[in-house]
Ligand binder design. Structure first.
Ligand SMILES: Cc1cc2nc3c(=O)[nH]c(=O)nc-3n(C[C@H](O)[C@H](O)[C@H](O)COP(=O)(O)OP(=O)(O)OC[C@H]3O[C@@H](n4cnc5c(N)ncnc54)[C@H](O)[C@@H]3O)c2cc1C
Length: 421
């Protein structure tokens, strides 16, 4: 059997590695010149079962209305994006009922927790250096209402699934001394000890090399222009320039571009781009280095230590496929860094912080879309939204098991495209 994977982001490369290890012939086609150069490049780096809740929590429409047109808002919908968002947005709102939200959160949590297990399995199989940390993640809260929301979330997620420790302001600083300068501003926080941190781009580069050693073929710098179909099934891909690659199965793992790629087959994949920003700088010398990733409830973004670097990442903007770096959105992240680590922020010159943006492939119910489609031979691995790095290892393994005819450890039915039809 020969499998072609379109897209070498963190999702595509993980599936390629598992397939190659299982002895399946696999070709991965990526338009960029290396692995993970789009959305998987400079994400916030957190592997977070604790953030399994989809964005569309009950009452989300009030949040959208509140932030409408506010350029500094953590969640921003640009007017120009409205027409393209209509059908997706209706489904997004429909799935924000308490019952649907809980069902969808459980699906995400299962895949996130499974992925942490598989991540540990990968790390025990091959030596991986991707600036990872198993220290856990701390969320800081600045008022009692944020603490209340945190407690509600902990109950919602369940202590067995997401071990959580509530922290007093003093305990926050005891666990993360770099937060000492803001101790007086905190009402407390939460510690998620099972969450991890790592650089998705570095991870993808190592895994691509290892997959290649196991026989996977990487075609970097090649764009898939269309899918080859015959007698009702997909039989390969056609590259820009005309070359054709035959395959028994094609996996569309093209992130936010997956919908356009598969549309000619008649399949509608409801994934839309949700832009986010990050800012990466060297960890300032002479100050206590940050030891844990820190989430700030107020700013809806995280400050994350990655090796000798510090990365601030988050916020959501619906603005179509636009990938311009908006100065206001970058300024938001600088404000967040200053609010969490004021002394570190003071020492980072604007020119030393590298801004970046990427398009999260977001499904309307906040759950990824993985597995077969009604078109024989065509499979999907997209829609991971804000959790693609957290879910990559589990997605890759379960999909590879499914494609190679084994029973996936994690049934893929919860992630099927069929739920939208
Ligand atoms: C600011 C920000 C912070 C984030 N933080 C986190 C976090 O802390 N934790 C977490 O779990 N997730 C996080 N995410 C989400 C995560 O980064 C994404 O869910 C994940 O990277 C998606 O991976 P992917 O492989 O599906 O897509 P991508 O990484 O976008 O990969 C798709 C690939 O397909 C290629 N491609 C597209 N079309 C074609 C074509 N026609 N031919 C050939 N190649 C093609 C693209 O070039 C691209 O390389 C964050 C995202 C952002 C933007």
């Amino acid at each position: 059997m020969h499998v072609v994977i379109v897209g070498c982001g963190v999702i595509g490369v993980t599936a390629a590695w598992f397939l190659a290890r299982a002895g399946v012939s696999v070709t991965i086609v990526e338009r960029r010149d290396g692995p993970a150069l789009e959305t998987s490049f400079a994400n916030a780096g957190m592997l977070t079962p604790s953030l399994s809740s989809p964005w569309n929590a009950p009452g989300v429409w009030l949040t959208v209305l509140k932030y409408l047109g506010r350029k500094e808002a953590a969640l921003l919908v640009r007017a120009a994006a409205f027409p393209g968002l209509l059908a997706w947005g209706c489904r997004f709102l429909r799935d924000s009922s308490s019952a649907r939200h809980e069902i969808n959160m459980r699906k995400n949590l299962r895949l996130c927790n499974y992925s942490i297990e598989i991540m540990n399995e990968i790390s025990s199989c091959i030596s991986l250096d991707f600036d990872s940390s198993l220290a856990g993640i701390i969320e800081v809260c600045r008022d009692e209402s944020a603490m209340r929301r945190g407690r509600e979330r902990s109950r919602f997620l369940g202590a067995d699934e997401v071990p959580t420790e509530e922290l007093s302001p003093g305990a926050v600083v005891e666990r993360e001394p770099a937060l000492d300068p803001i101790a007086g501003e905190l009402a407390g926080g939460f510690y998620f000890r099972a969450d991890q941190v790592g650089d998705a781009h570095k991870f993808s580069c190592v895994l691509a090399r290892r997959a290649e050693e196991n026989g996977a073929v990487f075609r970097f710098g090649d764009t898939v222009e269309g899918l080859l179909s015959a007698r009702g099934r997909v039989r390969g891909v056609r590259l820009l320039g005309g070359e054709e690659i035959q395959a028994d199965r094609v996996v569309a793992a093209a992130g936010s571009y997956t919908s356009a790629l598969v549309r000619p087959t008649g399949i509608r994949v409801p994934v839309c781009p949700a832009k986010g920003y990050s800012l990466t700088a060297p960890m300032p010398e002479g100050l206590r280095p940050l030891g844990h990733a820190v989430l700030d409830d107020r700013y809806k973004a995280g400050v994350v230590p990655l090796g000798g670097r510090i990365r601030v990442g988050g916020t959501v903007e619906f603005t179509g496929f636009n990938q311009d770096l908006s100065p206001e959105r970058v300024a938001n992240l600088r404000r967040l860094l200053a609010a969490v680590l004021p002394r570190h922020a003071d020492q980072i010159a604007p020119g030393d912080a590298q801004p970046w943006c990427g398009l999260r492939p977001a499904s309307p119910d906040g759950v990824p879309i993985i597995g077969p489609t009604p078109v024989e031979g065509l499979h999907l691995a997209t829609g991971h939204g804000h959790l693609g790095w957290s879910m990559a290892a589990g997605t890759g393994k379960a999909l590879a098991q499914h494609l190679s005819g084994a029973k996936p450890d994690l049934p893929l039915s919860d992630y099927a495209l069929a739920r939208f039809t």
